[in-house]
Design a protein around this ligand. Structure first.
Ligand code: ZN
Length: 201
């Protein structure tokens, strides 16, 4: 049996930290030690923040975003354009687009992408509520901001078919050369997508 170097409370802290994405056992141990050393300035506020998150954060009933208010801050912001719904797979994608600050629209979080191999079907995602939101006369465009993967594109096609009856234009993100990218380093799929989506200067 391996020798234990810390009491059960510390071991438990390390085990829980190691479940966080991006933290292996080694960095979890380092993070635990840091928290213990910074008990007053860091661990106590972190505990309070975690408790507040448990108590207050919920899933927005309109768009699927997470927030401490429901409907969420994005859905209730009167300065946002109500005619555009940006559809994303996950809240992380919503946050990424918000960081880019190029859109002033509302969102719809699907909760994943269709994936027959993983057993994810249409009923596992919030596709139905997207379709009903798209039928609101105030909505004119649905942007499908989904991953450029097989599952992401399958989901985009599936949703596009369902939105044929809605009076909205359905658009998707361009595929192509990343900003700062060098052609020589791109794979053939990206290059051919970039050629197909070329735009006039
Ligand atoms: Zn919302």
């Amino acid at each position: 049996m391996p020798r234990s170097t810390a009491g059960p409370e510390i071991e438990r802290l390390i085990q829980l930290l190691a479940r966080l994405p991006g933290l292996g056992p080694r960095s979890a141990r380092r993070a635990a030690l840091h928290l213990i050393k910074k008990r007053e300035p860091l661990m106590a506020p972190l505990t309070a923040a975690l408790q507040a998150a448990i108590d207050k954060i919920e899933v927005c009933k309109t768009c699927g975003n997470i927030d401490s208010q429901n409907p969420c801050t994005v859905c209730t912001d009167p300065r946002r354009d109500p005619s555009v719904i940006v559809t994303v797979a996950d809240v992380a994608d919503l946050w990424a687009l918000e960081r880019a600050a190029v859109l002033n629209a509302r969102y719809h979080v699907l909760g994943g992408t269709l994936s027959p191999l993983d057993g994810v079907g249409p009923d596992d995602l919030t596709i139905d509520s997207l379709v009903s939101r798209a039928h609101d006369p105030a909505v004119t465009e649905v942007i499908l901001a989904l991953n450029a993967t097989v599952d992401g594109q399958t989901t985009a096609h599936y949703i596009t078919d369902l939105l044929r009856d809605a009076n909205v234009s359905v658009t998707r993100l361009a595929h192509g050369v990343p900003v700062g990218g060098e052609l020589d380093y791109l794979d053939e799929g990206t290059l051919s997508a970039a050629i197909r989506s070329r735009t006039p200067l």
